[in-house]
Design a protein around this ligand. Structure first.
Ligand code: SAM
Length: 333
């Protein structure tokens, strides 16, 4: 089955990577935000459930190249429905275009014309307030890509995870959207995922939200206690932050195969006097994990030559004095 994927967030190159990892195949990206892919309904549901930045998934129906005439006369668009919705009574049409680019097509013209064509060819009734099925028309540059809405993400759930929505958080804590995408770069997830520099526990909470067990290690007992109070505050059962040193884990390390982390780099972060870059390099050298997703300032040198292969890097401009490099490291066999 063919699907249209529309992603929507500031980290779209990362979300493209995240989506392809979850689907286990390449997506044909028509623009930065919209792609098409042939895959099973099961895989698409998995994508909708896990991926942070996927906004819409449509069951593909048609792709039409626009020409100048269509802009003046929408009725000249060669539209004919080729797939029918699963629910067979009422429908609505929604026209979506990128906010940055805008469209010369008028939303109401597109929705009325395509709605009329669908109603005529299927006998379905239009219901704009609570339709059984929604037909989405997306303009991506010179193409219209269309299909039946399969899934729409509710970002509110992810926003509720924002550090500011918890009683305790540190100044530089990462936004939950980025923490979720980074956690997904570990896909397929292991049952237990570690953050050895856990802070107030942003990553381990995402791990628990995705249905896995998140263990955090934090050197400051105050921060660890606050992190665990955060987990209680929202009933994150499958999570805990243990007081400890990332270099001396308080359990057998061989059992931990995956790590997602954001080691200390800000001036105010504690390292008990250790040099931040040396701490990270020593930890990387000792780690027995198979896959690590790590965020560091892009200027911080890390030594991955002998042990790790760098599978992916994404640079994220945060402010004038911080650009993060998010890297995916896989152990060399
Ligand atoms: C950048 S913060 C992590 C922020 C975190 N992602 C969050 O959501 O709050 C890094 C954390 O590592 C802790 N840390 C520093 N050295 C450590 C070590 N050797 N072992 C474990 N934790 C350490 C610091 O106390 C700090 O809380």
């Amino acid at each position: 089955m063919k699907w249209v994927i529309r992603i929507s967030n500031e980290h779209y190159p990362l979300t493209r990577e995240e989506s392809e990892l979850i689907l286990g195949k390449e997506i044909e990206w028509i623009t930065s935000w919209v792609g098409m892919v042939e895959t099973s309904e099961f895989k698409v549901e998995e994508l909708g459930k896990l991926a942070a930045g996927v906004k819409l998934i449509l069951k593909f129906d048609a792709k039409i190249e626009l020409n100048a005439t269509h802009y003046h006369d929408i009725q000249s668009l060669p539209f004919s429905l080729s797939t029918h919705p699963d629910k067979k009574s009422t429908f609505a049409v929604r026209f979506i275009t990128s906010q940055q680019i805008g469209s010369k097509l008028k939303r109401s013209d597109v929705e009325r014309y395509i709605g009329g064509e669908i109603a005529q060819s299927t006998g379905l009734k239009v219901n704009l307030t609570s339709p059984d099925s929604t037909y989405i028309v997306i303009q991506t540059g010179r193409f219209l890509v269309m299909g039946w809405l399969q899934l729409e993400t509710d970002y509110k759930i992810i926003r509720l995870q924002s550090p500011k929505e918890y009683p305790f958080f540190g100044g530089g804590a990462m936004k939950p959207m980025l923490s979720r995408i980074m956690t997904n770069l570990l896909y397929p997830h292991e049952p237990i995922i570690l953050d050895p520099f856990s802070g107030h526990g942003g990553f381990v909470r995402e791990v628990s939200q995705l249905g896995y067990y998140g263990i955090g290690i934090e050197i400051s007992s105050k921060i660890a206690r606050e992190a665990n109070l955060n987990h209680k505050f929202r009933n994150h059962a499958d999570t805990e932050v243990i007081v400890g040193d990332a270099l001396r884990l308080p359990f057998r390390r061989r059992g931990i195969l995956q790590i997602v982390t954001d080691p200390p780099y800000a001036k105010q972060s504690t390292t008990l006097g250790r040099d931040k870059s040396e701490l990270v390099n020593e930890w990387l050298e000792e780690s027995t994990a198979e896959k690590i997703v790590i965020s560091l300032p892009h200027t911080m040198e890390i030594d991955i030559s002998s042990k790790w292969s760098l599978e992916y890097t994404y640079k994220d401009y945060v402010h004038r004095s911080l650009t993060r490099a998010i890297r995916m490291l896989v152990v060399r066999i």
